[in-house]
Design a protein around this ligand. Structure first.
Ligand code: GDP
Ligand code: IMO
Ligand code: MG
Length: 480
C-alpha cells in the first residue's frame, strides 16, 4: 500500500480500518514543517498529540462552495495553496470567477486554478472542465501582463477536457431568450450546451483540436449541424474558415501545456504530493444536487473532483466547504432567505457584484438548512467562513434554521425547486457585534458575539470551523 494512512482526515478511531493503521515511517516524516491547518489526527485509534501534528503533511483536499457559488473559494484556495504542491480545477468552465488579491493587485481567475498566483505550484485543468481555448489564451496573456508566469511547467491542461465553441455560446443565449421569464440567468459562456454535447457524445476534446486533420473534419461536421440549428432559430450562423483559423491558432498556443493529467496526478499521489482540488460554482448549482433546473451543468459537489480529475475517492483525505457568513446567489432560481435589507446594505458597500458578469448578486440571511444539506452531500469535514466583515454594522443578524411549507417544518432542502420557492424561512436571531472586524488577525480577538455567531453557523451546518475570513486579503484570514 503506497499511502498508509490519511493524516489529515478527522476520522473517528473506531472507523479506522485496521489495514490503514499508521506505521510511522519515512512517509510520516517526509515533509515536516508549518502545518497551520491541523485536523485532529488519529494514530492507531489515539488522538495524535498536538506537538506531533507538525509532522503531518497537508492531505489531498477537495474545496467546494457550500452555497450558490461566489463563497470566496478563490481567496481560500490561494491561502491554502501555500501548503499544497498542485492545484486542480475539475469541473465547470469560464463561467467561474474566482477573485484573489495579492497585495493591492486584484486577479479574477476563470479557468486557470487560483494556485497560479503562487510561484512553484503546479496548476492542472482537469478532464472534467469545459474549456474555451480562445478565452483561455486570453486569460494566460492577461496574467502574464500582470507579471504572473504561466508556462508548461506550472500549467497542465487535460487532453480530454471538452472544448467550448461559439455555437455553444450562441445556443446558450438563444435558449435563455426562448425561456423568457423561466430563464436560468446563465453566464452565457456556452457551458450547458458544451456539457450537453459531451453527454450526447458529439463533443470535441482538446486532443481533437490539436490534430489539424482531424480537427478540420470534425469541425466541418459539427459546424454544419449547428449552423442548421442556428438558422432554424433565426440566429447568426458561423463561418468555418474563421473558426478553423481562430481555434487552430489557440490550439497551437496551448499545445505545450496539454498532457495526460490523469497519469500526472496519479504519479503525484504515489509520491504523496499535496493536492488541492479547487471547486467552482457551489453545491446548489450542482447538476444533480442543486436547485434544478436553475443550476450549472456540472457536478460542483465533492464527487465531481474525482470524476473530473481521475483521482479516485480513496485518495481524497478531506473536504473543506467554503461559505459566506450570509447568502448570495447570482442568476435565477429559489433563494429562500433573500432579503432586500441585506442586499441594499451589501450593494451599498460596493460588494456582491458578480466577478464574471458584473451582475448584482441577490443577497439574503445565512441559510443553515442549505449549508447542512451541503455538508451532507459533500461530506464536508471543515468549514471556511468568509465575508464576516459584511455583517459588522448589523444590530441583529438572522439565521434560517428551518423551512415552513404546506403546514410542515422541513430541516432539509426539498428536491422540487417549486416547493423550495414556496418555503418560508424560520429564523433565529443573533445579536450583532457592531465593530469592524477587518483588522482583526486572531480568533481570540474577534468580538464575542461574532465568535458565537460563527460557531453557531458551524454547529448548525454540522462541520468544524477552521478558517475565518474578514476581508479579501491573504492577511485577513484566521485559522482556528
Ligand atoms: P468565488 O467564486 O467563490 O471564488 O468568489 P468570488 O471571487 O466570485 O466572490 C467572492 C468575493 O468576496 C470576492 O470579491 C472576494 O475578493 C471577496 N472576499 C472573499 N473573502 C472575503 C472576506 O472575508 N471579506 C470581504 N470583504 N471580501 C471577501
Ligand atoms: P464561481 O466559481 C455563481 C450560475 C449562473 C446561473 C447558473 C447557470 O465563481 O462560484 P451557467 O453559465 O453555468 O450555465 O449558469 O449558474 N453560475 C454561478 N454563480 N458563481 C459561479 O461560479 C457561477 N457559475 C455559474 O449565474 O445562475
Ligand atoms: Mg465567483
Amino acid at each position: 500500500m503506497d499511502r498508509p494512512f490519511s493524516l489529515g482526515r478527522p476520522r473517528p478511531p473506531d472507523a479506522l480500518p485496521a489495514s490503514r493503521a499508521l506505521t510511522p515511517g519515512p512517509t510520516f516524516l517526509r515533509s515536516p514543517g508549518k502545518y497551520r491547518f491541523a485536523a485532529p489526527i488519529y494514530f492507531r485509534g489515539f488522538l495524535l498529540p498536538a506537538h506531533l501534528t507538525k509532522y503531518a503533511y497537508m492531505a489531498n483536499t477537495i474545496l467546494v462552495g457550500a452555497q450558490w457559488g461566489d463563497e470566496g473559494k478563490g481567496k481560500i484556495i490561494d491561502v491554502l495553496t501555500e501548503q499544497a504542491e498542485i492545484v486542480v480545477r475539475t469541473q465547470g468552465g469560464n463561467n467561474a470567477g474566482h477573485t484573489v488579491y495579492v497585495g493591492p493587485v486584484k486577479y479574477v481567475l476563470h479557468l486557470i486554478p487560483s494556485g497560479i498566483l503562487r510561484a512553484d505550484k503546479v496548476c492542472v485543468i482537469g478532464n472534467g472542465v469545459v474549456l474555451d481555448p480562445v478565452s483561455l489564451v486570453g486569460e494566460i496573456d492577461g496574467l502574464e501582463k500582470l507579471g504572473v508566469k504561466v508556462n508548461p511547467q506550472n500549467l497542465l491542461i487535460s487532453e480530454t477536457a471538452h472544448v467550448v465553441f461559439p455555437w455553444h455560446r450562441e445556443l446558450d443565449g438563444q435558449r435563455e431568450v426562448r425561456k423568457g421569464k423561466q430563464k436560468i440567468g446563465t453566464t452565457k459562456r456556452g457551458i450547458g450546451p458544451t456539457y450537453g454535447d459531451k453527454a450526447a457524445r458529439v463533443g470535441l476534446r482538446v486532443i481533437d483540436i490539436l490534430n489539424p486533420k482531424r480537427f478540420a473534419e470534425k469541425l466541418r461536421e459539427r459546424l454544419d449541424e449547428n449552423n442548421e440549428v442556428l438558422k432554424a432559430l433565426g440566429a447568426h450562423q458561423l463561418d468555418y474558415d474563421q473558426l478553423l483559423a481562430d481555434y487552430s491558432k489557440a490550439a497551437d498556443r496551448l499545445r505545450p501545456f496539454v498532457t495526460n493529467t490523469v497519469i500526472y496526478l496519479h504519479k503525484a499521489t504515489r509520491r504523496h504530493a499535496n493536492i488541492l482540488f479547487e471547486g467552482a460554482q457551489g453545491t446548489f448549482l450542482d447538476l444533480d444536487h442543486g436547485t434544478y433546473p436553475f443550476v450549472t451543468s456540472s457536478n460542483t459537489t465533492s464527487g465531481g473532483a474525482c470524476t473530473g480529475s481521475g483521482v479516485p475517492p480513496n485518495r481524497m483525505d478531506r473536504v473543506v466547504g467554503v461559505m459566506k457568513a450570509y447568502t448570495t446567489r447570482v442568476g435565477e432560481g429559489p433563494l429562500p432567505t433573500e432579503n432586500a435589507e441585506i442586499s441594499d446594505l451589501l450593494h451599498g458597500m460596493g460588494r456582491e457584484f458578480g466577478a464574471t458578469t458584473g451582475r448584482a448578486r441577490r443577497c439574503g440571511w445565512f441559510d443553515a438548512v442549505a449549508t447542512r444539506h451541503a455538508a451532507m452531500v459533500n461530506g464536508i469535514d471543515e468549514l471556511a467562513i468568509t465575508n464576516i466583515d459584511g455583517l459588522d454594522s448589523l444590530k441583529t443578524i438572522k439565521v434560517c434554521t428551518g423551512y415552513r411549507v404546506d403546514g410542515q417544518l422541513l430541516d432539509y432542502v426539498p428536491a422540487d425547486c417549486e416547493v423550495l420557492a414556496r418555503c418560508e424561512p424560520v429564523f433565529q436571531e443573533f445579536p450583532g457585534w457592531q465593530t469592524s472586524t477587518e483588522q482583526i488577525t486572531s480568533w481570540e480577538a474577534l468580538p464575542v458575539n461574532c465568535r458565537h455567531y460563527l460557531l453557531t453557523l458551524a454547529q448548525l451546518t454540522n462541520a468544524r470551523l477552521t478558517i475565518a475570513s474578514v476581508g479579501p486579503a491573504r492577511e485577513q484570514t484566521m485559522f482556528l
